[in-house]
Design a protein. Structure first.
Length: 195
């Protein structure tokens, strides 16, 4: 059966047996999500790209020893996070998350939204940027994992190694901050942003 017709579980099982086509399909299916997440937790493009490369090299090298996974996307995101941490320990220019880079990313989103809704979306994106600027780096990461990567609270808790209640609290505080700063443009924008 071609890899494109296999479920994640079947792909992963085939990959563990050394199927290069299954491995390539996993890479192709999740590369964009990994880049998207990587840029949320590390503003250095080169570090993110190197970490993804290192992750997949290590996966292939250790494929026979990897235990079964229930959620392939979660497993890959968690593995990337760990790889980024390992790689940053060896980076002499170690940096923390930079809000300007995050806002640059939102600027890119607003350009894409411009094509669809022009001036209205520019104003909305500006207000969203201002609201996001009020969040802590940890709140931004939790918002990203929950709403852009569609991870469950349990998965986020495991990934960040924080109790589930702490994750709930971070999300609640993030919502409160966003509501305060977005109330002037209505709840539609909050729903739009978190979609």
């Amino acid at each position: 059966m071609p890899p494109s017709l296999l479920s994640d579980e079947q792909l992963f099982a085939a990959f563990k047996k050394g199927d290069k086509r299954a491995f390539e399909k996993i890479y192709q299916s999740y590369f964009s999500a990994l880049v998207f997440y990587g840029f949320k937790v590390c503003p250095d493009q080169l570090l993110v790209e190197n970490a993804i490369q290192d992750l997949f090299v290590e996966l292939w090298r250790r494929r026979e020893f990897i235990s079964e996974v229930e959620n392939l996307k979660f497993y890959l995101i968690k593995s990337l996070r760990n790889q980024l941490i390992r790689n940053q320990r060896h980076n002499p220019f170690d940096r923390s998350e930079d809000i300007d880079d995050f806002l640059d990313y939102l600027g890119t989103l607003s350009e894409e939204q411009n094509i669809v809704n022009q001036e209205t979306d520019i104003a909305r994106q500006g207000k969203i940027r201002s609201a996001i600027d009020k969040l802590s780096p940890r709140q931004k990461e939790v918002i990203h994992l929950r709403f852009y990567q569609n991870l469950s609270l349990d998965e986020i808790s495991e990934l960040l190694q924080l109790p589930k209640q702490v994750i709930k609290n971070l999300l609640s505080k993030s919502y409160a901050v966003l509501r305060i700063y977005l109330k002037s443009i209505g709840t539609f924008v909050l729903a739009f942003f978190l979609a």
